[in-house]
Design a protein around this ligand. Structure first.
Ligand SMILES: [Zn+2]
Length: 281
């Protein structure tokens, strides 16, 4: 009984943890924020003498461009809420801010986004977290693979690489994970494999079935995938890999998650124990 209670509390803690409010971020005692509200839809928060402070003109314009790109992607002319964008200098600072090391987070309930900007890491020049906040406010909260896939697809690339090209690269290097595993166990797969692959898959869905169908999948969860596309997950996988330009039968493997969040670094499996061949299609 005690174990169940502990697990429940841990789970609730994580759920609550996932819902940090804008005011809690703003009032975090470790930070003194400067605020830049020169756009109606956006306030950028940063610290004195930070990387962002020195480049605020450029940062402001580029973040506004990304927000505009997201609006265009989700097909709205204006966003009727203000987005609060908190920028820190490092992943260590991010841990002080949100409780764990990550390059970026989206808190859709309060329209807050966080990012890291420095000479070494720059996660703020991307649509990804802005897309999460805008899309979940417009369309509701979907299954995670659709959410992350669409966030990646909203940039139409992953770490600068074309999504279909990256899919072929992963296939060539025997790093493909089956669509079934991606959809059912997204968080259990290494981020640098799950993110580009689901981005690539929703790109295929969007190109093949159109945005209305993708939105129905977003809103009705994964259970209606077959009804909405007329295909099983296996058939969809074959079609999407063909659309990505794969010419040979791929090998699927399991790549377990090594980190949590949008930006865990890719590390090779330490031993074969982490990498099991599942099947050949
Ligand atoms: Zn994301």
């Amino acid at each position: 009984m005690r174990l169940i209670l502990t697990i429940l509390i841990l789970f609730l803690g994580q759920r609550l943890f996932g819902q940090i409010s804008y005011s809690r971020i703003l009032e975090n005692k470790n930070f003194k924020w400067l605020a830049d509200s020169s756009s109606q839809e956006l306030t950028i928060y940063y610290q004195v003498d930070s990387w962002t402070d020195k480049k605020i003109e450029t940062v402001r314009q580029r973040v506004i461009n990304h927000l505009n790109s997201v609006k265009s992607f989700v097909d709205i002319k204006s966003y009727d809420k203000r987005v609060h964008f908190f920028i820190v200098d490092s992943r260590e600072q991010m841990k002080l801010l949100v409780g764990h090391e990550t390059n970026g987070s989206a808190f859709y309930n309060s329209n807050a986004v966080t990012g890291v900007a420095s000479e070494k890491i720059n996660s703020i020049y991307s649509n990804h977290e802005l897309f999460h906040v805008v899309a979940m406010n417009l369309w509701g909260v979907p299954d995670i693979w659709v959410n992350e896939g669409m966030a990646v697809y909203s940039d139409n690339k992953w770490h600068g690489h074309d999504l279909y090209q990256l899919t072929r690269y992963l296939a060539d290097n025997n790093r493909l994970v089956s669509l079934d595993r991606l959809i059912k166990h997204f968080r259990k797969v290494d981020d640098l494999i799950s993110y580009p692959l689901t981005g690539s898959f929703v790109k295929y869905l969007d190109e093949t079935y159109g945005r209305d169908t993708v939105l129905m999948i977003w809103k009705s969860k994964t259970k209606n995938l077959k009804k909405l596309t007329g295909k099983t997950i296996k058939e969809l996988e074959t079609d999407y890999l063909r659309q990505a330009g794969l010419t040979r039968n791929p090998t699927f493997r399991i790549f377990n998650a090594f980190g949590v969040g949008d930006t865990a670094r890719l590390r090779k499996p330490r031993s074969n124990a982490n990498t099991h061949v599942m099947h050949n299609a």
